[in-house]
Design a protein around this ligand. Structure first.
Ligand code: MG
Length: 246
């Protein structure tokens, strides 16, 4: 695949959506500790991990709740609260040592200056992200943590809500993330996708997941994305694209 041709695909891009942990910030959440503690809690409630079909922890918790509520609805509620306390505790601990990756703040600001809209999405909780970046709104147009929606990525709901807030379509948007979840989520809503190698996923895994590009780090995206095509109010009352020549 020719590079020139591929970069042409970014010509009409109006928005870039970034994942947070491992993409914009150092990934220091201990997911295996999280998993171990939640599975231990599940066993205490009589649910064996062989019973769960979901792959990721938030989805596993949501899967266990209806299993428990069949026999005891207060146990189900209690399990949900306790499981989320485990997640929150580990996320907040990671946030204490959390920091943005070098160059990303500058990259986000530079994209905004080019007229590109910026979104940030995360499966992490709002409080942990704000502990690392209290002024997150200075670097993006919309920030959607898991607290704001029912279903997180790879479910399309989280990215759909970002597209709606930014008034752009999936086709006009690039999703950037350090996990194959980000690639999967982006593709589901028709976005272009970029995997970055600042998390724990390797280039080959991103390629297998169908990522359009793989970059060493998120800040490189600035050079790839040209300024947003200008918007003018069209005759029909809506906004339409104009060719720069006009
Ligand atoms: Mg991530």
């Amino acid at each position: 695949m020719g590079t020139r041709h591929k970069e042409d695909q970014l010509r009409d891009i109006r928005a870039v959506v970034f994942d947070f942990d491992g993409t914009l910030a150092v990934l220091n959440i201990d997911f295996s500790e999280m998993r171990e503690q939640v599975f231990e809690l599940m066993r205490k409630y009589g649910v064996n991990e062989e019973k769960v079909e979901e792959r990721y922890l938030l989805e596993i918790i949501d899967e266990v709740v209806p299993i428990l509520s069949k026999s005891n609805s207060s146990a189900a509620e209690e399990f949900y609260q306790k499981a989320h306390l485990i997640l929150h505790g580990i996320e907040m601990k990671a946030a204490e040592e959390g920091r943005m990756l070098p160059g990303v703040k500058e990259a986000l600001i530079s994209l905004k200056r080019k007229g590109i809209k910026v979104g940030i999405v995360t499966r992490n909780c709002e409080e942990a992200v704000r502990k690392v970046v209290p002024d997150i709104e200075a670097f993006c147009d919309v920030f959607v943590s898991r607290d704001l929606i029912k279903k997180v990525k790879p479910h399309p709901e989280q990215l759909t809500s970002v597209l709606k807030a930014l008034h752009v379509t999936g086709k006009e948007t690039v999703m950037v993330g350090d996990h194959t979840i980000d690639i999967q989520a982006g593709k589901r809503v028709g976005m272009k996708t970029i995997g970055v190698l600042t998390g724990r996923v390797k280039k080959e895994e991103f390629e297998k997941a169908g990522a359009d590009w793989v970059l060493e780090e998120a800040s490189e995206i600035c050079e790839l994305i040209p300024p947003s095509p200008p918007l003018v109010k069209g005759g029909g009352g809506g906004f339409s694209k104009v060719d720069k020549k006009h």
